[in-house]
Ligand binder design. Structure first.
Ligand code: SF4
Ligand code: SF4
Length: 76
């Protein structure tokens, strides 16, 4: 089992939701906060990300970086 996480450059997000739609784990959501550009931005909502990179691939502005690591069996 691979565990992943994403880092989103939230100040550059335009809230298009493409990453949210593309995520097979339903790990992303739009924040209730807004960024300096006035958009609600995408954020991780839980720990279900597997690091599949779908979100990073669909983001039109390429502002998502995906990190993957082997899941710690003790943390499962
Ligand atoms: S890397 Fe995959 S599982 Fe993780 S948030 Fe992006 S689309 Fe979802
Ligand atoms: S696809 Fe990119 S620009 Fe669109 S909501 Fe997700 S992070 Fe923001």
């Amino acid at each position: 089992m691979v565990k992943g996480t994403v880092v989103i450059s939230t100040e550059n997000c335009k809230g298009c939701e493409l990453c949210i739609i593309a995520c097979p784990q339903n790990s992303l959501q739009l924040s209730t906060k807004i960024n300096p550009k006035g958009y609600r931005f995408a954020e991780l909502k839980d720990e279900t990300c597997t690091g599949c990179t779908n979100c990073a691939l669909v983001c039109p502005d390429a502002i998502i970086t995906v990190y993957r690591r082997k899941k710690d069996p003790k943390a499962a």
